[in-house]
Design a protein. Structure first.
Length: 282
């Protein structure tokens, strides 16, 4: 006699995954990791039957008792994993009783989840889902629209605001919603400007490189290199007086920075002083 038993909960989990994946395949390509790290499906959204540039993740759950809502404690480590993905994540629950699948957007609750992670004790956070959002068996236009909106929201959180809408007429990106988003947005602008400056210098286009460096000295006054680069470019195009002013500002910032190792900052200071003196030469 075979006494091995497979609990219904385990079978329900597999049934739920299959039901959810069947619906996801209507509008996306799905893939699973061999190791479960907190997501059951990594999905690639389809547009006109072709893979788009949009990805999203899905964690699948199954239940026999959804009623008007469903709730479960989720490990904090799992929630952190969801929140740090470069794409939106959704929790989808399969209800055995009515065979419906209900979805819940992690992105919609990003900041409330962050607050719960930062405060309180315990290893889990209770997440509760109602029956207002159904993952249909067809095209799921509401869900697909939400995926696109949440993708833009994730990019905003990472400091990369995106235009909304399609075609020629679009709405401007959302403004940063937190100090973190504001800092990351500025940092991404700064890095992009660095790339443009290097590009135009390599193309021997000093005038355009000068324009970008001048912008940086006004956009972000907290980095000495903005003033150093702008000073060097001003010097190269013959504006020695302006170059000296900018180099002296870079020098002031370096000399007042007490956090840098003495040896490395000393070499930079010596270099800037040499450039300042060369600007004074007739």
């Amino acid at each position: 006699m075979n006494n091995v038993k497979v609990p219904w909960e385990e079978r329900l989990g597999k049934i739920g995954e299959d039901a959810i994946e069947m619906r996801l395949l209507q509008f996306s390509i799905t893939a699973k990791d061999q190791i479960d790290v907190g997501l059951d499906f990594y999905c690639h959204l389809l547009e006109d039957m072709s893979p788009s540039m949009t990805y999203f993740g899905v964690q699948a759950k199954g239940t026999r008792h959804f009623d008007e809502n469903w709730g479960q404690g989720i490990k904090k480590t799992t929630i952190v994993y969801w929140l740090t993905r470069p794409f939106p994540v959704y929790l989808v629950v399969y209800d055995e009783k009515d065979e419906n699948c209900y979805w819940w957007s992690i992105e919609d609750h990003r900041y409330s989840l962050i607050e719960k992670l930062q405060g309180g004790s315990g290893e889990t956070i209770c997440i509760r889902i109602d029956n207002s959002h159904i993952l249909e068996k067809g095209k799921n236009e509401e869900f697909v629209k939400k995926i696109r909106e949440d993708s833009a929201s994730v990019e905003l959180f990472r400091g990369r605001p995106q235009f909304k809408g399609e075609g020629y007429v679009r709405t401007i990106p959302d403004a940063p919603r937190s100090s973190n988003e504001l800092i990351l947005t500025k940092e991404n602008i700064r890095q992009a400007m660095y790339s443009l400056i290097v590009h135009h210098l390599r193309m021997n286009d000093s005038e355009t490189a000068y324009f970008y460096c001048d912008f940086l000295t006004k956009f972000d006054k907290s980095h000495y290199n903005h003033f150093l680069w702008s000073g060097l470019i001003n010097k190269a195009i013959g504006k020695k007086k302006e170059a000296q002013r900018l180099l002296e500002e870079a020098l002031r910032m370096c000399e007042s920075d007490k956090n840098w190792p003495t040896e490395s900052i000393g070499k930079i200071i010596a270099y800037i002083k040499e450039e300042i003196e060369s600007c004074k030469e007739k």
